[in-house]
Design a protein. Structure first.
Length: 309
């Protein structure tokens, strides 16, 4: 159910129309989505990703291919495509394309550039520092229907009672100017806040999306890897058809400060990194597989007589 709902939802979001019709539906159906184990269908998912990895390797996008290979290698350890990609891992700065459980959304998954020249660092120094400065804050103006208010000093120290569906225009974290569609229901204090959220942002820095449920909030949660800043300080209010959300990102302040000395913990400097060229459809496949694989035993999968590439 997640598959069909989210694919349709992202297509709607990409078209930037029909937000209020899609998001509340997503919101209402989430609790009914249950995972039914089907190893044959899971095998198709694995082979789809292997094929995507092979395509990326052929195109010379080793970092993107490695991102997939690391995910499926436990299921296809003898696959020649996966072995070929993993053999090239020593040519890639792997931490740069992997999530950081503590930094979460603050740390961009971007490929490290090789052999960056001194003149390139000099050329990008001021633009990178300006970009780091604008990463520090985000603001979104929304229209409902939504009700409630939230205040947080990190998500470990939040007080919230908020619910509804909304569409908004804003300047989001990671230099993303665009539109957001979201449905959310959450109420609680501190790190224990039952939260149901589905939505996405489309703008100048690509597409961010989420569909998840959380109760005890941690920096490593999917919500804080792909969508929210766990360490942020902010507030939001929704009153019928008018709403506002503002947030300051302390980790980005740290990134700006260390960037003055050419250290880039957020992995987002233009001088030394590049975007991972992964389209939204493939990003969805990767995210869906990552979520699904927690339920599938690797040994049982390997012992079954499934088709192999």
């Amino acid at each position: 159910m997640f598959d069909s709902l989210l694919i349709r939802g992202m297509l709607i979001l990409k078209a930037k129309t029909g937000f209020l019709f899609f998001i509340p539906l997503l919101f209402s159906l989430t609790f009914n989505c249950k995972t039914t184990l089907n190893y044959k269908e899971f095998n198709k998912d694995v082979l789809e990703l292997v094929a995507e990895a092979a395509k990326l390797e052929k195109e010379g996008r080793i970092e993107e291919a490695l991102l997939i290979a690391q995910i499926v290698k436990g299921y296809e350890p003898d696959n020649k495509v996966i072995q070929s990609i993993l053999e090239k891992a020593n040519t890639v700065d792997e931490p740069s394309i992997q999530a950081n459980d503590w930094l979460g959304f603050n740390k961009s998954k971007r490929a490290k550039l090789k052999n960056v020249q001194v003149w390139e660092r000099i050329l990008w120094y001021i633009p990178d520092r300006i970009a780091d400065f604008f990463d520090i804050f985000s603001v979104t103006i929304t229209t409902g229907p939504h009700w409630g208010a939230s205040v947080w000093v990190t998500r470990a120290g939040q007080v919230t009672a908020f619910g509804g569906g909304s569409v908004g225009l804003g300047y989001f974290q990671k230099r993303n100017i665009g539109v957001r569609a979201e449905a959310v229901g959450e109420i609680g204090v501190g790190p224990i806040v039952p939260t149901l959220i589905g939505g996405g942002r489309a703008g100048s820095n690509g597409l961010d999306f989420i569909l998840t449920k959380d109760i005890f909030h941690k920096p490593s949660d999917d919500l804080y890897e792909h969508y929210r800043d766990y360490w942020g300080v902010g507030a939001k209010v929704g009153f019928a058809f008018i709403g506002l959300e503002i947030e300051i990102h302390p980790v980005e302040i740290y990134d700006l400060t260390t960037g003055l000395f050419l250290y880039d913990p957020a992995n987002d400097d233009f001088a030394t990194t590049r975007y991972l060229r992964i389209n939204p459809k493939l990003e969805y496949k990767i995210r869906n597989f990552t979520s699904k694989q927690k339920d599938y035993d690797k040994d049982k999968y390997r012992n079954e007589n499934y088709p192999k590439n």
